[in-house]
Ligand binder design. Structure first.
Ligand SMILES: O=C(O)c1ccccc1N[C@@H]1O[C@H](COP(=O)(O)O)[C@@H](O)[C@H]1O
Length: 218
């Protein structure tokens, strides 16, 4: 089974190196000022240069304007743009025309009807990411370490290619893989010892748990 693994919200060389050594197919950098994982595009670009040929570089933005996207794209040179805000299909077409990069559009899920919001984006976004809805009062649209009911994903059209995120960690990732058709998994706070602080031991434990889950699924 081919499963993409994205480690998101990276900000140190140690964590970038360990994530990719352990098999991360994607690494993500957060460009959102309110996030404890927010990073300057210049620094993210330097970190990405360490691993560029070995993992896809993902820029995570939230309703970013063209000026901010210009900075991020020119300094990070991402492979993929993850749009984690309220971007419309029209906005995504504009962004794709500007940069020629694949877009992964994020939807937050609490109930089955949330999955229907994907329909107008099919054929527009290149891939989808389903995350949990942010808890009331949170400043962050993602990176909250909360999960949703993965059984809801069974009602999604089988042709939709998606990654799964939201509160994944070493203890629940096997269940997430077993109970969905996700072609990728994405973790941020589940490999942190404190908000924004990635922990290489927790990254190791996460990859160990994924390896066990894949072995048991064969
Ligand atoms: O991590 C953040 O701070 C963040 C900020 C703004 C948008 C997205 C963010 N993170 C994304 O959230 C999901 C899930 O994170 P977690 O594993 O539940 O902590 C992941 O896709 C991150 O890219």
């Amino acid at each position: 089974m081919k499963l993409d693994i994205k480690i998101c919200g990276l900000s140190t060389a140690d964590a970038v190196d360990r994530a990719v050594e352990r098999g991360a197919t994607h690494i993500g950098f957060i460009f959102f000022e309110k996030s404890p994982r927010n990073i300057a595009p210049e620094i993210a670009g330097e970190l990405a240069d360490r691993v560029r040929s070995r993992a896809k570089i993902v820029a995570v933005t939230v309703d970013a304007n063209d000026e901010d996207l210009d900075d991020i794209v020119s300094l990070l040179h991402p492979d993929i743009l993850q749009l984690h805000g309220h971007e419309t299909p029209e906005r995504i077409l504009h962004i794709k025309a500007l940069y020629g990069l694949p877009v992964m559009k994020v939807f937050s899920v609490r109930e089955a009807t949330d999955l229907h919001r994907v329909d107008p984006f099919i054929g527009v976004a290149d891939r989808f990411l389903f995350d949990a809805k942010a808890p009331k009062g949170s400043d962050l649209p993602g990176g909250n370490g909360v999960s949703f009911d993965w059984n809801l994903m069974a009602s999604l059209d089988e042709g939709v290619n998606y990654m799964l995120s939201g509160g994944l960690n070493k203890d629940n990732v096997a269940d997430a893989i077993a109970s969905t058709r996700a072609t990728g998994i994405d973790v941020s706070s589940g490999v942190e010892s404190a908000p924004g602080l990635k922990d290489v031991g927790m990254i190791d434990a996460f990859f160990d748990a994924v390896a066990d889950a894949k072995a048991n699924k064969r």
